[in-house]
Design a protein around this ligand. Structure first.
Ligand code: SF4
Length: 311
């Protein structure tokens, strides 16, 4: 939480930055930094309704994965400053434009501030609120959101501490993220759909299979099966890894695409363990699915009069 002397401790980094004067590990100030606000048709179908999920991409990230597929956002290269009132306008505009859900993307480093905003805007919302996070968050901070989030959509990225240390500087990733997942399940319970197949509440876990690391994916699935034997969540297995974003990383396995053998072998294990959820088709791995954030930032300046970090 942002606490004594305005230091930020709201994520497991506990870096105690005073974000009023200097960003912490997540690279952004205490006020909202937003890189995109728009309908997004490529989320899981149960979140999109007719026109797409209403996504708000927050700049910065507390993980900074070396292969990040939204690097200009996580590195906070491109964003606008957004007041709490403007964020509320954005949320209501997304609902007005037919969004199937309010999809808050990479929100963890704004947990405290978002709990205040969501408390104000929730009475006006008819669509579910989705917390679309990297999964690296504390149980204490998630408790601040109790009753404010309908659908938790955390990543579960790694099982092996050495791998999470290498790619995300977070050796405790699985320990932290699995505890967070337990809290999310406690808050919303099992997935509930409406008659049209839209998810109304529950937990949807995403896992991106990484090239060269299918063994870790398989160990992760085994661990989730042991920890949550009733599978009280949906599992979305992603094959959309694109190497373009990791060409300068020192890890050669990240310089290529995932093979269909690698993805298929993880799918087989998920099926044999009885996980239900979403699978991707071949051809999902394209940088073209990554939004143009430069255009998005220009759009936010025009629509909401926001200032960019360069202004
Ligand atoms: S949210 Fe950012 S500033 Fe706060 S503890 Fe985490 S990384 Fe540090």
């Amino acid at each position: 939480m942002t606490g004594v002397n305005n230091v930020c401790n709201q994520c497991p980094r506990h870096c105690c930055a005073n974000r009023e004067s200097k960003p912490g590990y997540c690279r952004v100030p205490s006020g909202f930094a937003v890189s995109r606000c728009d309908l997004h048709p490529y989320e899981e179908p149960c979140l999109c309704g007719k026109y797409g999920a209403g996504t708000i991409f927050f700049a910065g990230c507390n993980l900074q994965c070396v292969y990040c597929q939204n690097r200009s956002v996580s590195h906070a290269d491109e964003y606008v400053f957004v007041s709490d009132d403007t964020l509320i306008r954005m949320i209501l505009d997304l609902q007005e434009s037919g969004a199937g859900s309010l999809d808050l993307v990479t929100p963890t480093h704004y947990t405290a501030r978002l709990s205040t905003v969501l408390r104000k805007v929730r009475p006006k919302l008819k669509i579910p609120v989705v917390w679309n996070s990297g999964g690296y968050e504390t149980v204490d901070s998630l408790r601040r959101l109790e009753g404010l989030v309908d659908i938790w959509m955390p990543d579960m990225k790694y099982f092996d501490p050495a791998l999470s240390a290498r790619f995300s500087d977070a050796p405790d990733y699985f320990e932290v993220a699995s505890a967070a997942l337990g809290e999310m399940i406690r808050q919303t319970g099992i997935p509930v759909f409406d008659d049209s197949g839209n998810l109304k509440k529950g937990v949807l876990v995403r896992h991106l299979v990484l090239p060269g690391h299918r063994d870790d994916s398989i160990r992760l699935l085994g661990a989730l099966d042991r920890l949550f034997p009733d599978h009280p969540f949906l599992l979305s297995l992603l094959n959309q890894y694109t190497p373009e974003f990791a060409q300068d990383s020192p890890y050669p396995e990240l310089h290529r695409r995932l093979t269909s053998f690698e993805y298929g072998s993880v799918l087989d294990v998920a099926d044999s363990l009885g996980f239900e959820g979403y699978r991707q088709q071949n051809g999902s791995a394209s940088a073209a699915y990554t939004p143009d954030f430069t255009k998005s930032v220009t759009d936010l300046v025009e629509r909401y009069g926001c200032k960019t970090r360069q202004n």
